[in-house]
Design a protein around this ligand. Sequence first.
Ligand code: ADP
Ligand code: MG
Length: 728
Amino acid sequence: MSTLRFHAVKASLKRKPLNIKENNRRSEIFGKNVFNETAMRQYLTKTALSSIIEAIEKGTKINRLVADHISTGMKEWAISKGATHYTHWFQPLTGATAEKHDAFFETIGNGLAIEKFEGNQLVQQEPDASSFPNGGIRNTFEARGYTAWDPTSPAFIYGTTLCIPTVFVSYTGEALDYKTPLLRALNAVDNAAVAVCKYFDKNVKKVNASLGWEQEYFLIDSDLAASRPDIVLTGRTLLGHSPAKGQQLDDHYFGTIPNRAMSYMRDLENECMLLGIPVKTRHNEVAPNQFELAPIFEEANLAVDHNSLLMDIMQKIAKRHNFTVLMHEKPFSGVNGSGKHNNWSLSTDTGINLLSPGKTPMSNLQFLTFFINTIKAVLTHEELLRAAIASASNDHRLGANEAPPAIISIFIGEQLTKVLDELETVTKGKLSPQEKTDLKLNVVGKIPEILLDNTDRNRTSPFAFTGNKFEFRAVGSTANCANPMTVLNTIVAKQLIDFKVEVDQLIDKKEMKKDDAIFNVLREYIKTSKAILFEGNGYSTAWEKEAKKRGLSNNKTTPEALKVKIAKSTIDLFESLGVMNKIESEARYEIEMEEYILHIQIESRVIGDIARNHVVPTAVRYQNILIENVTGLKTIYGDKFTAFAKEQLSLIEQISHHIEAINSLVTKMTEARKLYNKQIDIEKKAKGYCNKVKPFFEEIRYHCDKLELMIDDELWPLTKYRELLFTK
Ligand code: ADP
Ligand code: MG
């Protein structure tokens, strides 16, 4: 086995960066493989084009006749670009993207054939999808599920396949994917925000949520990665002693990007350009061999699709460069993990970012309205927001080994804290003209357009206001952003609806002026929302204590965190806004719990296997060498041999001790697994895996890592941390 390690190391050292040809005017190739407006203008009739634009802007339905025109145009465009197949591209709850390719090619009898793609093939498909997770939905109802075209996200060509973004729903209409609830949540926040915008500007007709994600990842040489069974099967290392040098020198962060990685990034970014993914920023991250890629933000649904697509092509392109991309939140113990910051804001069709301070007191009152309502929404639903980012892999970051913590709190910076403090003192009821002028001039009017202290980022905050957007930093690097985006937009929608009711009541019943009513409601929100605001170090026990006093949840593990997903309040929330019905909410809970169990189960099997079948036999082999040596010394020196064999004898004993510990721990862990496999109650089973199986990982690892330090490097079968992390 150790020969595999050395072959891998040897191969990795010989690599050269690929030579990438790149068009340095990226705007010229941007979106070339996307059926965007330029392509549509060329390939569609006027009616077809305006029908698509209306569908995108107003959500109207496209009729079948027009769909036929569109599909024909789309097919011609795709063929002109070298495509032979088409697929409905969707995001089932497995976390990966799914596709099944069909050729345009069709026979028409008499030995003749044509290329064909009809409207109904564009609009709807019925993939054989019986093995996608459905949380019991398809068992209870209909066995079938179908995909339906989402015209708001443009079709694109990848390789030689035309990919059509679709939703994936059961025959009875329940969502089986990430996209469906997201689209419903975006619709809810659109309606709620437009209604509130009308207080400030009657011309607003649509509000879009924007998302700019920042994807962190590790690049590991593919031979090195393939030599580690834990990386191959679980995406992370389950053992491995930390190297003498880690990230403590901070010499990788923002440093020169290594040549091979650079060549990979250029290749990847080139592909992103063709696919219309507007990537803009790349840099080294904190840990060795860790990097980040970020785009220019886009409408949230499109941004989610682009991130899913990106994660897929990152792996594909990595193959060409002999890299394996590790997306896992914590691939290496003792080394920084990866997240995916979700930068979020709301903007109007009149071109205003509702989370950006403006130039006039009125626009700033609008800004404060959306800013404070978001804070209030996060406070009310902090536990649900935590649940939206829960996964076995993200548990390693949240509250376990690194910031941000599992407690959701908001960082807003010094300047806005001051503004809120002043607003809190606004008089109850009608405001005097003097007070109103004063407020407008000295409080609201003085919010600077650019908030300076927000450049001083508090990296431990899970949810931070950064000048003109909120940054949800606790999202994990493997996550599909649709999940947190669905929750965030839903809770903000709900909050805005409640806000409008309260303001309208004050206007109608108390005969208050609009501004007075808004100030009054916001003042009360500020008073009650303080518990969620926190500027300090979130990764500390002091904050844990403080947060507990404030009544904030601190759900450190996925089974605990997910529970709120089936609370009555959650089910009612999603149902009342038309985002998910009860069946859908419950199904998702079940799918995520199941996924958690499987995840821990696989990790447990893998660590058991590596410890027993790789580490222990190596330890025995090395121990035999030592024994041989000691026997030899005894032959030479007779009774005096111990003077020369002290170290060897001590090692022999220590090795036996670790072998014994590993064997008994693996046996106990296997027994715990067997016990919880019999458990039918999904909550009990997940908790069993979490609290009774998972804790063995650290213990087994401890003994294996000790052996790694003791055993001859020549014999050690597992590629070491220094080789994985420092091979460039
Ligand atoms: P960081 O310092 O955290 O990397 P950046 O300013 O580089 O922050 O922005 C990170 C991401 O935020 C980018 O994807 C960017 O496009 C996005 N972003 C910027 N403004 C907004 C906004 N108003 N709404 C949503 N995302 C935004
Ligand atoms: Mg960021």
